[in-house]
Design a protein. Structure first.
Length: 344
């Protein structure tokens, strides 16, 4: 072994025997190992603590037409309510209910708010979700529209006509039931499946004879073009419920989060109904619509989320059975299998 020449090493260490050096090296390496282990443990505990303190996130799927969610997003009330539970909120926009259900199924969102038809199509396709709440009936918030100068004066006169609608949405069922009421079958009309924006363009240009649509798009067409309501959900079995849906495991594991969403929705709904004009002024720029259009739309909806009841589940089953009979869904489904009855 070569001698060590350094002023930093004490003379007695420099003159130590090889055996002494070997033992000292072993002790040093052992000390380093202990210190390293302690550092790793401290680092792990610190990382675990930081992870534990990181806030969870409620990811909400919404449509721009869902006025109450748009209001909650704008006012930030849900974020404040969830903060004590360690949850933040992420708002994820979808163009319509079917796409929102797909987002829920693939894990892009935890909860969502849609109409009656999209969950039925989704359940028939094997989507994993549960119904955990609903808003009361709003039968006048969707309608079959014709242009103001249209010669069509009754639903019966739609026979053989082109009717635009968003496939798989609430208005699909409205059209089916209104046709039945007037002695027609769904096959008696020519359905033209279009998203709301494309549907309005086809409607205004005269490429279709009627348009089945929901608010606020319905109110916008009435105000801007003078479109006439040929029929809406009133006088039929069409209730036009709006449903709160969630990924099954998330709803089961987070009852306090779901309750907070309930409470905030009820509170904001009460405020909205008491302050229609002010609410419309908040919502309108986010929906890209005039304030008076949004206010008309808000008047036709009910905002008061409630737990699912057997009666509401039975009503949804009737829609599912109708769609299966019309071969709109590939198999019969049991809505009850996807329902959380009572308070989550």
């Amino acid at each position: 072994m070569h001698p060590v020449h350094t002023e930093d090493v004490p003379l007695e260490t420099s003159s130590a025997s090889p055996r002494h050096w070997s033992r000292a090296l072993r002790d040093l390496l052992a000390s380093i190992a202990v210190v390293g282990a302690i550092a790793l443990i401290v680092g792990f505990l610190g990382a675990t603590s930081a992870h534990a303190q990181k806030r969870s996130e409620l990811r909400i799927g919404y449509q721009k037409s869902a006025s109450l969610f748009v209001l909650q997003k704008a006012q930030g009330t849900l974020e404040k309510r969830l903060a004590p539970l360690g949850f933040g909120v992420k708002w994820v926009e979808f163009p319509a209910g079917p796409q929102l259900l797909e987002g829920l199924n693939v894990g892009a969102v935890d909860v969502g708010y849609v109409g009656e038809a999209p969950p039925i199509f989704a359940q028939a396709a094997g989507a994993r979700f549960v119904y955990f709440g609903y808003d009361p009936a709003a039968p006048s918030a969707e309608a079959i529209l014709v242009r103001k100068d249209s010669p069509i004066r009754s639903v019966a006169e739609l026979k053989g006509k082109k009717v635009a609608l968003n496939k798989g949405s609430n208005v699909h069922y409205l059209l089916v039931k209104q046709l039945e009421k007037n002695g027609l079958q769904f096959t008696d009309v020519q359905p033209v499946y279009l998203a709301p924006a494309d549907g309005r363009a086809a409607f205004e240009s005269g490429n279709v004879d009627a348009w089945v649509i929901w608010d606020p798009f319905q109110a916008a067409a009435e105000k801007a073009t003078g479109a006439r309501v040929l029929a809406d959900g009133r006088g039929t079995a069409v209730n036009n419920y709006q449903y709160y849906l969630g990924e099954r495991a998330f709803v089961a594991k987070n009852p306090k989060v779901i309750q907070a969403l309930f409470d905030d929705s009820v509170e904001r709904g009460i405020w909205l109904k008491k302050n229609l004009r002010e609410a419309a002024e908040v919502i309108a720029p986010l929906q890209g619509l005039p304030v008076d259009v949004v206010e008309l739309s808000l008047r036709r909806y009910e905002f008061n989320v409630k737990p699912i009841t057997p009666e509401v589940a039975a009503d949804q089953q009737k829609i599912a059975d109708t769609f299966f009979q019309l071969k709109l869904i590939p198999k019969a489904i049991k809505v009850q299998e996807a329902v959380v009855l009572g308070q989550p």
